[in-house]
Design a protein around this ligand. Sequence first.
Ligand code: GDP
Ligand code: GDP
Length: 436
Amino acid sequence: MANIVAIVGRPNVGKSTLFNRLTGQRHAIVDEVSGVTRDRLYGKSVWNGVEFSVVDTGGYAINSDDIFEESIRDQVTIAIEEADILLFLVDVTTGLTDYDEMLAEVIRRSNKPAFVVVNKVDTGERLPEAAYFYSLGFKELFTISSINGFGTGELMDAVVAALPEKEAGAIEEEQLPRFTIVGRPNAGKSSLLNALTGEERNIVTDIPGTTRDSIHTLYNKFGHRFLLVDTAGIRKKARVKEDLEFYSVMRAIRSIENSDVCILMVDATRGFEGQDQKIFGLVERNRKGIVVVVNKWDLIEKDSNSTKKFEAAIREQTAPYTDYPIIFTSVTNKQRIFKVVEEAMRVYENKTRKIPTSKLNEYFLPLIDATPPPATKGKYIKIKYISQLPTQPPSFAFFCNLPQYVKDPYKRFLENKLREKWDLSGVPVNIFMRKK
Ligand code: GDP
Ligand code: GDP
């Protein structure tokens, strides 16, 4: 189950700095056109063996010259709905501001677990000032310095302790493949869902605070049994502006984490663009299976090369990861919907594929003999044997004398060879070098 920790706070309090510290991402990428920091939205963190997602609510829709109360409210509303815990970040150097109080009000009304986190407490001298923030009326207050790390350990202890426990009842469902449909607004996600269901679904009543857990629906379609994971984000139309990029990405995160294979729907009339790429990246980083569905193909003027060209354009944008199925559909004309399910099943099988050790070694050892890893610093690297690890997605350990000297290009070479021999389409593969 996904656990999402959202960092909320007004601009400049240090959200992105804290985010980078928690997720180990050093460099946020600043989009030169808008001046808005991009790609700092989402990351993974592990503390005391507990994994959770961290979301920075700061990078979208807000930039420092142009702060609309409404857009902040939207952001916070979304974050609150989707998060399990809120870190309400404030800045000791500026003290309490009107914005902080406004945010406090919104957060309090949500009844979600929230910690006030006073940032920029770089030295003990600032501690007394931090205590003023108790007046915001929250029970828990932490003092940290995102820059030097002071206090972040205690904060993480508290976060992990407050995360919800794994649900017991979910276990038996886990045997069935779990698929989820993701994509930006208007790509045709709910149309596909309806086509699979065969009837118009009623809109789920929208009660704030009840959307935390995803809905699993069992399908028995085209001879396959699978679960469709929906965070209500597909059926339920957004209360906030539909085109808010942040919204669909935030929605996608939870359903991605709760599924085995993601069906990424792309609107053919718009092409594979930045947001598609972003969602693709989320799926890849989460090591989930993927099927790309180019929908509304009926609206495209086609020649004999159209699908090839479209495919190539998509793969170019996701390179070096290019081994996944792409299907062209028209959901409204019910074209190739069956194929979508077929391919999702195939990717699921690939994701759970087990390759016997003997087969791996038979195949790889002669190959490696013919094309060994290049010697580094005068040292020869000898790969002795290969075995698959018991985890998903397929992960392979190459045992050798000097694992640290094997570079990424060689690992990519091994991965490509693996994909040539076995069907691993649509699943990320992990290649590890291990000391032997
Ligand atoms: P955001 O707009 O909330 O994401 O804030 P940023 O993370 O971009 O930080 C705003 C400014 O505060 C930057 O100049 C950071 O270097 C600075 N900053 C962030 N955390 C700390 C901290 O713990 N101590 C100090 N002294 N500065 C910080
Ligand atoms: P969602 O926001 O991703 O759930 O997208 P919807 O399923 O609501 O679809 C958005 C719009 O695109 C609706 O008007 C659909 O009727 C239309 N649409 C969906 N699939 C197709 C398709 O294959 N062809 C055409 N022409 N329109 C489609």
